[in-house]
Design a protein around this ligand. Structure first.
Ligand code: 5GP
Ligand code: MN
Length: 331
């Protein structure tokens, strides 16, 4: 019988020194940042040469994570990013199961004959991954990573790694509010606290460091840019480029806005449209059995999870909204 992937992965991690590039997704969130940095910190303990690469800049409120300042930002440090991919023996994808989500760099990944590994909790991974530690019934990639390390040698989880793992769990569950939260999610959190993390301090850094503009943008989104579609039990919110400019938008400022739609009684779907320079970014959230991933995949070539998905639309914000309204009629 062949060995499970996790054993093969562990043999590689504990084996000969390798050049490793840890990659996560565009618009990195807490789980992308936490899982990629925790993976790097783990691999450093085995003396590998490791770098973390993300396609674009992460929000400020993750800058305190250990080694965040050493992350290669694809669209700012292109040569370093390409080199990170081309020189790697191993590419590890964290919280990211689609190569095309490493915008601008996906072609280098496809050309690379390095070993491609996946640690992730999204549905429907690409086929390129030779080794996978993958399940969708967990809160976050960080929870999966904890489980993986815990299986082999929990003593490797130091305070810095524990901080990263907590950052991923707390943000991917919306502060233990939604998603695949299980007893294990809480058990792992309790263990992280035993390992010395300070949850109040981290929550403060992640959630209580808004700029004035960010808070006012949230107010504007809800007061002036929210449309309720009672016939579909849905809410849509849209933000234009000039809205973002007016409120001095910084990366990460729109994180969480889409969730407010679901806080209205009787609303089961919330969709946020954000007009960016090259495309419209869509965020989908739903409650219960409503599968927004299916809408994201079928109509917008996106993906994610059943209750939280995203996509890009190339066209005007008006066209994106009418396409969504049409899709809601059809489902
Ligand atoms: P968000 O709305 O927060 O950007 O994304 C919600 C979830 O969907 C996250 O798990 C995110 O990784 C995933 N996601 C966001 N955009 C895309 C996309 O364009 N394609 C795919 N496959 N997944 C996405
Ligand atoms: Mn995640």
């Amino acid at each position: 019988m062949s060995k499970p992937d996790k054993n093969l992965i562990w043999e590689i991690f504990t084996g000969a020194k390798k050049q490793i590039c840890v990659i996560s997704h565009t618009n990195p969130d807490g789980d992308a940042m936490g899982s990629a940095l925790a993976m790097k910190l783990l691999l450093k303990k085995f003396n590998h040469n490791v770098e973390v690469l993300v396609p674009n800049i992460y929000p400020d409120y993750y800058a305190w994570l250990k080694d965040a300042d050493q992350i290669i930002i694809g669209d700012e440090q292109r040569e370093k990013a390409v080199n990170c991919i081309q020189s790697a023996d191993i590419l590890i994808f964290m919280d990211l199961n689609k190569v095309h989500r490493v915008e601008g760099l996906d072609k280098y990944i496809s050309e690379s004959d390095s070993l491609k590994m996946l640690f992730d909790h999204h549905v429907d991974p690409d086929e390129v991954f030779k080794l996978k530690y993958w399940r969708t019934d967990v809160s976050s990639t960080c929870e999966l990573l904890f489980e993986f390390i815990n299986h082999f040698d929990k003593s490797l989880i130091d305070k810095d790694i524990a901080d990263c793992i907590y950052a991923g769990i707390v943000t991917d569950t919306g502060n233990y509010f939604h998603g695949n939260i299980t007893a294990d999610t809480f058990r792992i959190t309790a263990e992280l606290i035993d390992m010395g993390i300070n949850v109040v301090d981290i929550n403060q850094k992640v959630y209580n460091t808004f700029s004035e503009g960010r808070l006012r943008l949230l107010g504007h989104s809800l007061s002036n840019r929210m449309e309720i579609l009672p016939e579909f039990e849905a809410v849509i919110i849209h933000l234009t480029k000039s809205d973002l400019e007016k409120y001095d938008h910084r990366e990460g400022d729109t994180e969480g806005i889409v969730n407010y739609g679901l806080s209205i009684k009787g609303i089961k779907i919330s969709v946020l449209f954000i007009e960016r320079a090259q495309y419209i970014k869509l965020s989908f959230r739903s409650e219960g059995d409503i599968n927004v991933n299916a809408i994201a995949v079928k109509y917008f070539n996106g993906g994610g999870h059943k209750n939280a998905s995203g996509a890009y639309f190339y066209g005007s914000i008006e066209d994106a909204i009418s396409k969504l309204k049409q899709a809601l009629k059809e489902i």
